[in-house]
Design a protein around this ligand. Structure first.
Ligand code: DGJ
Length: 738
């Protein structure tokens, strides 16, 4: 077939001819402007087509009670000339009149680079759970390329998930250079972006900057554990930096466990364009005729009452609609990683299983080092990929440990890192073509390992098989810690014919494996771990009940880190372990870990009598409070970045019970909570008893004797938890008195 060149009209198929005719008649004769409000309980995003049918965002903000009034809003927050007329595009196409960063950029089958998207139709479905599903169909005015914008609206939680689908109806292949999930348009005097950077053991460091004209890019090109340097989450305050309880703020997050890119562009009209999606870096994607590409969703919520409310919106959404068993319970645990590292045998583990029971937690979690024989996993330089029990460490196999756990009446969980391979492994020797690496170039390792090519279905089968075999042979295994400790260097797949599909197909391959796991083991809890928080996102949290925030478990560091993570992810998903990192007393370490899902990674037998008693009591206290921590609303009361101390509290749904955690974060003389801390989220009309709990054995405080206050008092005046250098962590229980 002769290759078409230039910008001429493409050949249309009969079906698409009819559709084009419809658009032509619709746009050029009727030219009706359509207003489409996308509304949650408190927020509205309003799309309106211009006279030619181009969809633009004319409003994003507080919802109006009369939706018919949206049509009066002056188009696209105009504050001057917009030469293109589409700065506010609901999905900016490249190559036609658009002059700014596109959401979709593609090459047609004839080599033409232009795209101009016009509205065709839209439809809306409501489902009983208060979820509305809106589809807006767009089509290029000349070429048979369609784009559907999807908006899944969770009205009650004030959350929207938005994604797009691009369909090739041309006779030949099209290739997409950029294919974003969402394109938003906000209007304010100023924009303050809070975004995050990090590295191993240094995750979630915030930076808050005023956006100036031009584009600020947040992105990752790491391939896997893609958010090691930067997570796909951010918030933007409008006009002025939002505080906990005041200000306009949008929180956003891309649901994708691979390379991402967010463009935040302050445009010539001083409006903010946000374009979020898969990173187009090295990822040009070809669509064959009749193929379509569905992007991952971009998730966002908007609040006019500060960051606290926005984060509670996300938490409620996550618990109810996203995280497996988000409204259920979690297993407290004892992990052996820091207790033994790779050095263990059956006897040692049997002892730790007994310690699990002694501590009072629900499960023993066996970490790295239990597998591989030809190249035993006795350190991190060998064995990944060879998932058979190591016969010298575990001669009686996992079955023995499962039995020991049963005898001690605790559950048994296990660590895996199934996406990875050590060059020193039988797997590597047998299947070099399953490994991500460039032919003819030297390998570059991260933690002495390489990544398996999950875009290859044979590798997907293998990875699924690793987990499935463990569960088939040991049906009592109750938990997986799914680790992932390497980034992708030398991205190349021996399986893919089109290398620029690799990064996308890797993540799709991973999701295929996780889909199979979910289908076969729907109730199995799993921890998403990546040597720290190098991976968490709401795409992965469809499958994982929880995640490992960081290998840095120094409790002082965690106060800051957990604070920032808590804006995006609810406490029920935070795996916090008490370890020997940090110099703080066991009470401080345990109190900090209690703010999420509590676990221990210590040598229980090394605890002195009082420390052990404290831990045992703390587990019991935690169990009695876990409903409030896991399912309650979070109120941040004193920001550790701005104070000598930090305070936050969780309040249950009917406001009858709450728990407040306070910590000293400064060493300076005289520092601490010098005045009362106002609480949040209580019922002003109720009476509450306030008392300190989780005290170290033998200690007392002025709060050991309960005092009663009204909710109004607690939220207007507050109470002083009296944290200071000597009293560095305080937990208070607040219970309704009838
Ligand atoms: C990194 C994890 O974060 C640790 O908890 C531990 O599981 C190690 N990997 C094991 O190699």
């Amino acid at each position: 077939m002769k290759k078409k060149t230039g910008a001429g009209l493409p050949q249309l198929r009969p079906g698409t001819l009819l559709l084009s005719l419809f658009i032509f008649l619709h746009c050029f004769f009727t030219r009706a402007q359509v207003t489409i409000p996308v509304e949650t309980k408190n927020t509205a995003l309003v799309i309106k087509t211009d006279a030619d049918g181009r969809p633009g965002i004319i409003y994003f903000g507080k919802r109006l009670s009369d939706p018919s009034e949206y049509q009066h809003i002056p188009g696209g927050f105009r504050r001057g000339d917009d030469y293109s007329g589409i700065l506010n595009s609901a999905y900016s196409p490249a190559g036609s009149r658009n002059l700014v960063e596109p959401a979709l950029q593609l090459k047609h089958s004839d080599g033409n680079l232009s795209l101009d998207l016009l509205y065709v139709t839209h439809s809306q479905e409501r489902s009983p759970g208060g979820i509305t599903f809106l589809k807006v169909l767009l089509k290029d005015s000349k070429y048979p390329v369609e784009v559907t914008l999807y908006y899944k609206v969770y009205a009650e939680e004030d959350v929207i998930e938005q994604w797009s689908e691009i369909r090739n109806l041309e006779a030949g292949n099209i290739s997409m250079q950029k294919y974003a999930s969402a394109n938003l348009y906000l209007s304010a005097e100023n924009y303050y972006l809070r975004h995050y950077h990090g590295d191993w053991a240094k995750e979630m460091n915030p930076d808050e900057v005023r956006l100036t004209s031009g584009i600020k890019v947040l992105d990752s090109k790491l391939g896997t554990r893609a958010n090691l340097y930067q997570p796909p989450t951010f918030m933007v305050s409008l006009d002025k930096p939002a505080t906990e309880n005041e200000g306009r703020v949008l929180m956003g997050s891309l649901e994708w466990s691979g390379n991402f890119k967010m463009d935040l562009e302050v445009d010539p009209l001083n409006n903010l364009r946000i374009i979020a999606g898969i990173n187009p870096f090295a990822s040009e994607y070809t669509l064959k005729p009749r193929e379509s590409f569905v992007t991952p969703a971009f998730l966002y919520t908007y609040s006019e009452q500060g960051k606290g409310l926005a984060s509670r919106n996300l938490h409620r959404w996550a618990r109810k609609h996203r995280v497996p068993d988000g409204e259920g319970s979690r297993l407290t645990l004892l992990n052996n990683w820091e207790a033994t590292y790779f050095d263990f045998n059956e006897e040692k583990l049997a002892g730790l299983i007994k310690d699990t029971k002694k501590l009072g937690v629900d499960m023993f979690l066996l970490d790295d080092g239990w597998f591989a024989n030809k190249y035993p996993r006795n350190n991190d330089r060998a064995g990944l990929g060879d998932w058979q029990e190591n016969v010298s460490k575990l001669p009686s196999g996992l079955g023995f440990l499962v039995k020991e756990a049963r005898a001690s009446q605790v559950k048994f969980g296990i660590w895996v890192e199934p996406e990875m391979v050590s060059p020193k492994s039988e797997l590597y020797e047998k299947h070099p073509d399953w490994v991500v690496r460039q032919p003819g170039r030297s390998e570059h390792l991260y933690r002495n390992q390489l990544v398996l090519d999950l875009s290859n279905p044979a590798v997907q089968d293998f990875v699924f098989g690793v987990l499935d075999n463990i569960l088939t042979r040991n049906p009592e295994v109750a938990f997986f810690k799914w680790d992932c400790n390497a980034v992708i260097y030398n991205a190349y797949s021996a399986y893919q014919t089109n290398q620029s599909h690799f990064y996308v197909e890797y993540v799709r391959g991973l999701y295929k494996v996780l889909d199979r796991m979910k289908a076969k083991y729907p109730k199995l809890p799993m921890m998403l771990c990546s040597g720290g928080g190098g991976r968490v996102d709401y795409g992965a949290l469809k499958y994982f009940t929880e995640f490992w925030l960081s290998d840095n478990t120094d409790p002082l560091e965690r106060i800051f880190m957990q604070w920032e993570y808590s804006y995006f992810y609810p406490a029920i998903t935070h795996d916090n372990h008490v370890t020997d990192w940090g110099k703080q007393p066991i009470k401080f370490r345990t109190d900090v870990a209690m703010m999420g899902k509590l676990g221990f990674d210590i040598v229980v037998s090394h605890l002195n009598e009082k420390d052990l008693k404290f831990c045992q009591d703390a587990v019991a206290v935690y169990k009695s409070l876990s409903d409030v921590i896991w399912h309650g609303d979070l109120y941040r009361l004193a920001d550790p970045f701005e104070n000598d101390f930090s305070s936050l509290m969780y309040v249950n749904d009917n406001k009858s019970r709450a728990v407040m955690f306070s910590y000293q974060v400064s060493n300076r003389y005289g520092s601490g909570s010098l005045s009362p801390v106002k609480m949040g989220g209580l019922d002003p009309g109720k009476k509450y008893e306030v008392k300190e709990i989780n005290l170290y054995p033998g200690s007392r405080s002025s709060w050991s004797t309960p005092r009663v206050f009204s909710g109004e008092y607690l939220m207007t005046i507050g109470v002083n938890p009296e944290v200071n250098v000597r009293r560095s962590s305080v937990v208070m229980e607040i219970s309704e008195v009838k």
